[in-house]
Every structure is written in structure tokens, then in C-alpha cells.
Design a protein around this ligand. Structure first.
Ligand SMILES: [Mg+2]
Length: 174
């Protein structure tokens, strides 16, 4: 199985990760996917635990930034309510928009970790850009229709990695 699908590490969800892990990895910026990583695509505003996550990261001097393939009208109000920088229409799995964004926002590649629930977009982009990536499980059952085909491909690859014990839980890297 192509290594472009293989994440650096895996977590059930972003909320269950100890902030100390990001510290240990020398992460200064967490680049989180939005839909089904932080919240359901139906959630117009950030949930309480997302605010809590942002606060905990801030305390550790780590910035939370949203990178979403979704449109500005979805991402901007959510990110503004949360008070974080964001990139909409990121065009994952393509890396160009993200790398330009990192450049123009003075974010250093070596100090970021991408977090996302999809192999075909989040993980492939991160690997193409040589960025650390944490794969998570989707937090709600439902997806936007555009994601359905990706899931059909994602599922068997994920199961394969699991069988081969290639998904390394973040705790194993502590
Ligand atoms: Mg997602």
C-alpha cells in the first residue's frame, strides 16, 4: 500500500490527544481540518469542546489554525467565532494552496502538525508537502455528499493499515 496514505500517527479524535504530545513533537501550529475532525459539517458554530481545545493549545503556546476544503461561507464564520486563522478551499490533497498559506503567514513547516479525518485529502496532502499528519476517526456518522466517494476508498485502506499495525497511536510516540 502506497505510503502517501500513511499518517505519522493516529488518534480516535483530536480531543482525546494530550497537549503534552504536541509539545513533545515541538509543534507550534496545529493545522486542523474542520468537517468531521472538529465538528459536524452541520455545526455552524464551534462546539464547547472546540473552544476548550483552542484554549488548552493556547496555554501551551500552540496556535490552532483551520484548513478546510469547504467554501469561505462555511469556514469563515466558524473560524471567526472561534477566533482562529483559517484557510478555506484548501484543495486537499493538493499542497500548493496550503504551502502558500504557510509562507505568507510565517508558519514554519517543521513546527506544524496536520490533523484530519480523511486519508485521501488530509493525509495525502500532508505527505506530499512533507508535513507531520495525525489521522483521526470521523466524529459524527454523517458526511457532506462530496465526501462519500472518498470514504469508499478510505475505509479499506484504513482497515489494511490497522490489520498490518501501521496506524501508530499517538500514545505510542509519547
Ligand atoms: Mg474532514
Amino acid at each position: 500500500m502506497a505510503s502517501k496514505f500513511l499518517p505519522y500517527c493516529h488518534a480516535r479524535d483530536i480531543f482525546s490527544v494530550d497537549i503534552a504530545f504536541f509539545k513533545k513533537e515541538n509543534i507550534k501550529t496545529v493545522l486542523a481540518d474542520l468537517d468531521n475532525t472538529l465538528d459536524s459539517y452541520r455545526a455552524k458554530m464551534p462546539s464547547k469542546r472546540v473552544f476548550e481545545l483552542k484554549r488548552k493549545l493556547e496555554e501551551a503556546n500552540i496556535e490552532l489554525v483551520l484548513i478546510s476544503n469547504n467554501k469561505e461561507k462555511r469556514v469563515k464564520p466558524y473560524a471567526s467565532a472561534l477566533g482562529v486563522r483559517y484557510l478555506f478551499s484548501t484543495h486537499k490533497p493538493f499542497k500548493k494552496r496550503l504551502l502558500n498559506f504557510l509562507n505568507s503567514n510565517d508558519i514554519v513547516k517543521e513546527s506544524v502538525m496536520i490533523i484530519g479525518d480523511q486519508l485521501l485529502t488530509d493525509v495525502v496532502m500532508a505527505n506530499r508537502a512533507h508535513l507531520k499528519v495525525m489521522l483521526t476517526e470521523k466524529i459524527v456518522k454523517e458526511d457532506q455528499w462530496t465526501t462519500h466517494i472518498n470514504r469508499l476508498i478510505d475505509r479499506p485502506i484504513r482497515s489494511y493499515f490497522r490489520r498490518k499495525k501501521k496506524l501508530i497511536d499517538w500514545k505510542e510516540k509519547m
